[in-house]
Design a protein around this ligand. Structure first.
Ligand code: CTP
Length: 409
C-alpha cells in the first residue's frame, strides 16, 4: 500500500550524524508514493552532500535563502515561501537541539528555519525527528523546547534509545527510516478510532501434546497484525494478544504473547475490561488434547500408535461478547469466520451464534499465510463485500467500517 500516495513532503535536514539516515528516509518516502523536496542547512551539508539527496529525491536540493533558482515553479527568488506552499508537511529529520531551539524562538537566519517560520500554520504541519546526544536530549533546555514546540502545534516525534555515534548509550538517537515512515504515515491517517482502546487477537494457538509436540493451524497472524496496525494508525490505543507467530509487533502496539487457547482466553479476559472494541481475528483451536504429557511420548518398538483424546476449548469470543460490558454496549465485539464454503450462510449463522454485532467472513484456505484476502462483512443489516486486496488495505477498510458502526459516545 502506498501510504503516502499523492503527498508532497519537504524533507529538511539540520546538522547531525543522523543525516545518513535521512538518505534512507527520502527513499522510503518516495517508495511510499510521496514526492520529496529536500532542504538542507549548512551544518547538514557537513554530514551528507546535497548531491546525494538530489539523486535520491530526483529534485534539486535547496540550501540557501539567496538561491535564485526557480522554486516550486515560481521565479520570484523566494524559496522560503514557494517550497512550503506546495507541501503537505515539512518533516525535519534530523532535527538538532540547536535547530529546535531556533524554531522555538521563531529565528529565521537560514533557508530551513525561514521556511518553517513562513509556512502557513494551519495548512502545512511541521513534524520533527529529533537526533542528538543523550545529555543534550535530557537537558532541561531541550525538554522545555520540546514541550513548547508541541504546545505551539509542532509534532515532535519520539527519539530512539541505544548506542550513539559519540560512544555513549541512551535516549536521543533519531528513529530509523522505517519507524519515521510509519509515524509520518500515521500522522496523515484519518483518526477514525481516536479515544478508543482496541483489543485484537491474532494468529493460531498451539495446543501441546507433550513437551515437543502439539496441534496448531495454518493461520499466519498477518490479518490480525494488520488490523492492530491500522487501529493504531487510526488513533486507538491497541493491545494485541498474539498466538505463536514470528511477525514483528506493529509500532506503538502493546503485545502479549500466548500459546494455547486457554492462555489466549486468560490474556483477553485480563485486557477486555479496559477495551472499547474487541476484534477476534485469532484462529483459536476448537479442541485441545485431554492430557498434556510432561515427557515426550516415545515409540516402544511394538508398532502401536498412541491414541489422543480431546476436550473442547472455551469459545473465547462468545464468552466476551455475552459479558455485561459488551451487552451494555461498552465493548463492541467483532468476530471472524474462517470457512471453506457457503461463506454468507455460515457467517450469518456464526454472527448470531457468537452474539456479535459484526462478523467478518473469509475463506480460510484462500487466506491463511497469504498477503492478501477478501472479506465479507455481515451485520444486522446485511452483508458488505470488501474485494480482494492486501491485508494491509483490507485492515484499513475494516477499521473504518468498525468506526462507522460504533455507538456514538
Ligand atoms: N473463536 C474463539 N474461541 C474459539 C473458537 C473461535 O474466540 N474456541 C473465535 C475466532 O477468533 C473467530 C470466531 O470465533 O473470531 C469464529 O472462529 P471460527 O474458527 O471461524 O469458528 P468456530 O467458532 O471455531 O466454528 P466452526 O469451527 O464450527 O466453524
Amino acid at each position: 500500500m502506498n501510504d503516502l500516495a499523492g503527498k508532497h513532503i519537504v524533507l529538511g535536514l539540520s546538522g547531525g550524524i543522523a543525516c545518513y539516515k535521512a538518505a534512507e528516509l527520502c527513499r522510503a518516502f518516495i517508495k511510499a508514493g510521496a514526492t520529496v523536496q529536500v532542504v538542507m542547512t549548512e551544518a547538514a551539508e557537513q554530514f551528507i552532500t546535497a548531491v546525494t539527496m538530489q539523486a535520491l529525491s530526483g529534485r534539486p536540493v535547496f540550501t540557501s535563502q539567496w538561491d535564485a533558482r526557480t522554486s516550486a515553479g515560481v521565479d520570484n527568488n523566494m524559496p522560503h515561501i514557494n517550497l512550503s506552499r506546495e507541501a503537505d508537511a515539512i518533516v525535519i529529520a534530523p532535527a538538532s537541539a540547536d535547530f529546535m531551539a531556533k524554531l522555538l524562538h521563531g529565528r529565521a537566519d537560514d533557508l530551513l528555519s525561514l521556511m518553517c517560520l513562513a509556512r502557513p500554520l494551519d495548512a502545512v504541519p511541521l513534524i520533527l525527528a529529533p537526533a542528538m546526544n543523550r545529555e543534550m536530549w535530557a537537558h532541561p533546555a531541550t525538554q522545555r523546547n520540546v514541550a513548547q514546540l508541541r504546545a505551539d502545534g509542532t509534532t515532535v516525534l519520539d527519539v530512539g534509545a541505544g548506542d550513539q555515534a559519540c560512544g555513549e548509550t541512551g535516549d536521543g538517537r533519531m528513529l530509523e527510516a522505517d519507524e519515521l515512515l510509519y509515524d509520518v504515515a500515521r500522522f496523515f491517517a484519518p483518526k477514525h478510532l481516536a479515544g478508543q482502546h482496541v483489543l485484537v487477537s491474532a494468529g493460531p494457538t498451539f495446543e501441546a501434546i507433550d513437551p515437543v509436540r502439539g496441534l496448531t493451524n495454518l493461520s499466519s497472524g498477518k490479518m490480525g497484525f494488520a488490523i492492530a496496525r491500522a487501529a493504531h494508525e487510526a488513533g486507538a490505543r491497541v493491545t494485541l494478544v498474539a498466538g505463536p507467530v514470528g511477525l514483528s509487533t506493529p509500532r506503538g502496539v502493546e503485545r502479549v504473547n500466548v500459546r494455547s487457547a486457554l492462555e489466549m482466553q486468560r490474556a483477553l479476559l485480563a485486557a477486555c475490561d479496559q477495551a472499547s472494541v474487541f476484534v477476534s481475528a485469532a484462529a483459536v483451536a476448537d479442541w485441545r488434547p485431554a492430557q498434556v504429557l510432561d515427557q515426550k511420548i516415545k515409540k516402544d518398538g511394538s508398532g502401536e500408535v498412541p491414541t489422543l483424546s480431546f476436550v473442547e476449548n472455551p469459545d473465547i469470543l462468545a464468552g466476551i461478547a455475552t459479558s455485561p460490558r459488551a451487552q451494555a454496549g461498552a465493548l463492541y465485539c467483532v468476530g471472524f469466520a474462517a470457512e471453506s464454503h457457503d461463506l454468507l450462510a455460515h457467517a450469518q449463522a456464526k454472527r448470531v451464534r457468537k452474539g456479535v454485532p459484526l462478523l467478518v467472513g473469509n475463506i480460510g484456505p484462500d487466506t491463511f499465510g497469504q498477503d492478501d484476502n477478501a472479506l465479507l462483512l455481515v451485520d444486522g443489516h446485511g452483508a458488505t463485500e470488501l474485494p480482494r486486496a492486501s491485508k494491509r488495505e483490507l485492515a484499513c477498510q475494516l477499521v473504518a467500517e468498525i468506526a462507522r458502526r460504533l455507538p456514538a459516545c
